[in-house]
Design a protein around this ligand. Structure first.
Ligand SMILES: [Zn+2]
Ligand SMILES: [Zn+2]
Length: 183
């Protein structure tokens, strides 16, 4: 991850990518390369086909982790992430490159892209849970939508996934219900 200027926004961007990957997989339309490129992973576009293939397979089980966060307690989530951490090969270093301030990399430049992504997703989850618990992970409030979101708003006011139709159709339904109720 190289885009964000602070550790906190880097964690947010990584978790938004994690949630997007989980939503893509749940919908049966995973395209890890483009989702990660859009999510600020600078190596995504140049990653080998073999690495993308391995990553896609590994994400099937790893995205189940983030999919559980909205409904499970912080304690349960921490235990699950701790299991992932015991098997995570990381080599942390502090780097500054491409005009960014100093930030952490969890894997060396020689790591395969899939190893880098898995390490970034697990470490961002661990840091988030230690800092905020599971409270920022949610599920879309629209009636027919199960998509996950990560709520990066300051006052945790997010209710819908990133599909703009979910917010607009829910507001329309609320409005009709109020009118039907004579309000
Ligand atoms: Zn970086
Ligand atoms: Zn939705």
């Amino acid at each position: 991850m190289h885009v964000a200027s602070t550790a906190q926004s880097e964690i947010r961007i990584t978790l938004e990518a994690f949630v997007a990957l989980a939503n893509d997989l749940a919908a049966g339309e995973l395209d890890a390369r483009s989702t990660l490129a859009n999510g600020g992973f600078s190596r995504a576009s140049g990653a080998s086909a073999a690495s993308i293939q391995r990553l896609s397979t590994r994400l099937v089980s790893l995205t189940q982790l983030v999919a559980e966060f909205p409904e499970c307690s912080t304690e349960e989530a921490l235990a699950r992430v701790n299991e992932e951490l015991t098997e995570l090969p990381i080599t942390p270093s502090i780097v500054a490159h491409d005009g960014t301030g100093p930030h952490m990399h969890w894997t060396p430049n020689t790591a395969t892209f899939d190893d880098q992504v898995i390490a970034d997703l697990v470490m961002a989850s661990a840091q988030e849970l230690v800092e905020n618990g599971t409270i920022r992970f949610g599920r879309c409030a629209a009636a027919d939508c199960e998509r996950l979101f990560y709520d990066g708003t300051r006052n945790r006011s997010r209710r819908f996934c990133d599909d703009p139709r979910c917010a607009s159709k829910t507001h329309t339904a609320d409005h009709r219900a109020r009118r039907a109720g004579g309000v």
